[in-house]
Design a protein around this ligand. Sequence first.
Ligand code: 13P
Ligand code: SF4
Length: 340
Amino acid sequence: MQASEQIATIKRKLGQRLLILGHYYQRDKVLQHADAVGDSLELARRAAREQDAERIVFCGVHFMAESADILTDPRQQVYMPDMAAGCPMADMAPLRELRKAWEELQSISGDWLPVIYVNSSAAAKAFCGAHGGCTCTSSNASQVMQWVFEQGKRVLFLPDEHLARNTAHDLGLDDTLIATFDPGRPMGGLTEAALSQARVLAWKGYCHVHAFTVEQIQEARRRYPDAHIIVHPETPAPVLRLADAHGSTSQIIKYVEAAQDGSTIVIGTEFNLVSRLGRTHRDRLNIVPLRVSVCPNMALTNESKLMRTLQDWPENNLIRVDETHRTDARKALARMLQLA
Ligand code: 13P
Ligand code: SF4
């Protein structure tokens, strides 16, 4: 029997007791088996309201499966088809660096709140929850940052410098009020004057998949003069500002769905999503990747690994969030789900 038939057979047998979640960056062969496909926010929401499934298989990257585990009941078990599917950006904010940065900031002023992109470890999320902060995704970063400002506080945003800068800019903050915090240097490499002026500190992390360049935008404009260009907000700010629009994964999908027939749209995000949009809308739109950029971590999951997980339920593929982090990490995630 082929992998796809075997998966279908197991799914039929387990019915509601099994839930397969798939991120948009997964390949189609995997997503055809998913009970829910979404961006990181939609999948976190789906996990949080899931009651029936005893086993959840997360086809995405590690931080997403950890969030699902934190948001579900302890009797529900979360598995990943490949545990090596991490996220390099999430690794750019280790707990010890976050603690050190926080202590340094507290020595200057007590009006900071942590905002932690869900692309982070459970330990970082727990730190955030324990210090009154909130997680965010690229879909709701503006609402979460706004929530901090409404409390008269300032934002320590991690780990993505570009999402921090782009979000603060969208909220009307002048660039002089946003400072890059380099965790490898004392006080983030900032002077006391720069720290007291900043309203947003943007941790110096990034995603290599979204490291698009000004030259790539210029080349796209030259080749497709009438095209609309949209990029993901993990794109560096000087590049993003040359695009016509920016948005999270689901916002990019909506942008494409609303586009006029006959348009050309150049998209700067992960290639599996871009090529799927191209196939879905091939009769009415010309969809072009800004650059072919595959997330190698997302690509670790494939149909045969999914099948093996469903057949054997290997202990090694079970997500186990450290109990010491669970409660506080849940606070930070729950705050986000309530807010936006
Ligand atoms: P979304 O929050 O848009 O799903 O993106 C997740 C991600 O990892 C982007 O690189
Ligand atoms: Fe992480 Fe970038 Fe892959 Fe998203 S695309 S999972 S941020 S490496």
